[in-house]
Write a protein that binds this ligand. Structure first.
Ligand code: BDR
Ligand code: CA
Length: 333
C-alpha cells in the first residue's frame, strides 16, 4: 500500500479526494492535515471531519488542524485587517461561494481534530518514517508543507514525492495569472518548489480535462453507499457552480474535480497527459502576476535545474473509471 498524507482545504473537490484517499485499497492514508484555503481553517477542519465520518473511518484516520493564514500574502479575504500593510482587493475569487459554500452537505461531526497541529504532526510523522517512505498530497494552499519544511528541513529526505494540485500554465482561476491554491499562498509554493523534493504539479490545464458529468454522477449515485452519494451530490453542486462562470463546463454539464485528479496520479500516472519535466518558479514579486506558476519551456544550453513534472493534460476516462472502481469495491466490502 502507498503511504500518503492528505493536506486539504475541504472544499468540495477536496472532499472527493478525501473519500478516495480513505476508501481506495491501494492507499494507507496516515492522516489528514487541514489548511486555510477555500474557507477558513476551522471550517476546512470541520468539513474534513465530516468526510471522515461519512466514510466511517473515525478512529482510523485522524485530522490535524493546520495553518490559519498564509505565510506572507494578505490577499485572502479573511486576513485580519491589522495584518495588512496596504489595502487589498477583497473577494477576488470568482465563483467562490457557489462552488464550495461554507459547509459540506453532511451532518456536523461528532469527532474532533487531534491536539497536535498539522505542522507538528507532519514533522513528527515524517521524522519517524524511513527515507522516501511517505508521499504528500497537498491539494490546498501549501502553507502547512512549507512551514514544516522551514521548521525542520530533516523532513525533506523522508518525503518520497509530492503531488500538488495547483498552478496553471494556460488556465487560471483566481487572477488572470494565478490558480487559487498558489494565489492563496505564493511564498509557500515557492518554498516547496525549491525544496529538492520530487514534485508532480497537477495544474488547472490538467484538471479541466478531468471533469465528471452530471450523467456520470447519476451512475455514481446508483452505487448507493453514503460516500458515493456524497460524491454524486458534490459533482452536481460543483456543476451548478461552474455553470455560472465557465461556458465550457456549462456546455459539458460537468465540473472539474481538481483535487481527486492529483491523488489519482499517485497510483495511475497515465491519468496525466503532456507531462513536462521543467523548471518552475512561483511569482512572489507581488505584482500583477503574484502567484503565477512560471514554467521554463525554452530549450537552453545551461538551463536552471528541472524541479517538477508539470502536467498539461489529463485522461478523463482513466480518472472517472478509477473513481467508479474505488466506490464499487468499497460497496462490495
Ligand atoms: C483548487 O482551488 C480550490 O478551490 C479547489 O479545492 C482546488 O484545490 C482549484 O483551483
Ligand atoms: Ca482544494
Amino acid at each position: 500500500k502507498r503511504k500518503i498524507i492528505m493536506d486539504v482545504d475541504t472544499g468540495s473537490d477536496d472532499a472527493i479526494a478525501l473519500v478516495m484517499a480513505m476508501l481506495c485499497e491501494d492507499f494507507d492514508c496516515l492522516g489528514i492535515c487541514s489548511v486555510n484555503g477555500n474557507v477558513e481553517v476551522k471550517l476546512t477542519t470541520d468539513n474534513s471531519l465530516r468526510v471522515v465520518e461519512c466514510c466511517d473511518k473515525q478512529g482510523q484516520v485522524k485530522v490535524y488542524k493546520g495553518c490559519d493564514l498564509p505565510i506572507a500574502s494578505t490577499l485572502m479575504p479573511w486576513t485580519a485587517q491589522s495584518l495588512r500593510p496596504f489595502p487589498t482587493r477583497e473577494g477576488t475569487r470568482e465563483g467562490q461561494t457557489v462552488v464550495h459554500g461554507d459547509h459540506l452537505p453532511l451532518p456536523a461531526p461528532t469527532i474532533k481534530e487531534e491536539r497536535d497541529s498539522a505542522v507538528v504532526w507532519l514533522i513528527n510523522t515524517l521524522l519517524d518514517s524511513e527515507d522516501g517512505e511517505i508521499t504528500l498530497v497537498p491539494v490546498g494552499p501549501l502553507t502547512n508543507v512549507a512551514v514544516a519544511m522551514r521548521a525542520d528541513p530533516r523532513i525533506i529526505p523522508k518525503i518520497k514525492e509530492i503531488f500538488i494540485m495547483g498552478g496553471g500554465h494556460l488556465v487560471n482561476n483566481s487572477s488572470p495569472a494565478a490558480e487559487f491554491n498558489i494565489w492563496a499562498d505564493p511564498e509557500a509554493m515557492e518554498i516547496v518548489l525549491q525544496s529538492g523534493c520530487k514534485i508532480t504539479m497537477v495544474p488547472l490545464d490538467a484538471t479541466h480535462q478531468a471533469y465528471i458529468t452530471v450523467d456520470e454522477a447519476q451512475k455514481i449515485r446508483a452505487i448507493g453507499t453514503k460516500p458515493a452519494q456524497l460524491v454524486a451530490d458534490l459533482v452536481e453542486s460543483r456543476t451548478a457552480g461552474y455553470g455560472v462562470n465557465d461556458a465550457e463546463m456549462k456546455a459539458l454539464n460537468a465540473a472539474p474535480i481538481h483535487d481527486a485528479l492529483a491523488l489519482c496520479a499517485v497510483l495511475h500516472p497515465e491519468c496525466l497527459k503532456d507531462v513536462l519535466h521543467v523548471n518552475c518558479h512561483t511569482d512572489i514579486s507581488r505584482g500583477f502576476a503574484y502567484g503565477q506558476t512560471i514554467i521554463d519551456r525554452r530549450v537552453r544550453v545551461n538551463p536552471e535545474p528541472k524541479n517538477c513534472y508539470f502536467a498539461l493534460g489529463a485522461d478523463k476516462d482513466v480518472f472517472y473509471n478509477w473513481v467508479m472502481d474505488v466506490l464499487e469495491k468499497d460497496k462490495a466490502k
